[in-house]
Write a protein that binds this ligand. Sequence first.
Ligand SMILES: C[S@@+](CC[C@H](N)C(=O)[O-])C[C@H]1O[C@@H](n2cnc3c(N)ncnc32)[C@H](O)[C@@H]1O
Length: 189
Amino acid sequence: MVNINGLEFRIWNQRRSKLAAAILNGLDVFPFQIDSIILYLGASSGTTPSHISDIASGGLIYCVEFSPRMMRNLVDLSELRSNMIPILDDATKPLNYIYLMEKVDIIYSDVAQPKQTELFIDNMRLFLKKDGLGILMLKSRSINVTKKPSEVFLEEESKLNANGFHVLEKIDLEPYEKDHMCFVCEFGF
Ligand SMILES: C[S@@+](CC[C@H](N)C(=O)[O-])C[C@H]1O[C@@H](n2cnc3c(N)ncnc32)[C@H](O)[C@@H]1O
């Protein structure tokens, strides 16, 4: 925390949080509100979830993470933050945690694995409200190391379109994250 003229500010590091990197790179659509209900996929030990928890202080963040080691830290953090709900599970199997969930305003996905787009789509279909928004932090090297990132991004965007989603915004996360693109999307009616 830093204190400026009697006001406390929390440092949000763009090299540790892709959401901060996207904001610095001009993210226009910022859906997080004080009462937002969010599903966060790939919560890790909770760095970015904790910043979202500051913003959505009257809402809820369902945090899915499948690594037990990361989950230990996430559980400790969730004990201090009443709006964070840790879920130890696999985001590629959303039916596993459907019984814990409600419909959400935002799905934020930062899961570096080959089926990043597919798992995002599956969770969007099951849990996003009709007027909700999805944010997908895509890492091209986790999908295909041999292809150019620009090709991977185009292919993954076409999967989003083919599955009925409309991409509102795309933000390249360079120089903070290499070969990462932030996609913001909604249901295309
Ligand atoms: C890049 S890190 C997330 C960092 C975090 N979003 C942040 O900004 O603080 C990706 C996380 O996704 C988790 N992960 C990978 N595959 C997963 C899956 N199928 N289900 C749930 N979590 C997964 C990893 O264990 C890792 O903690």
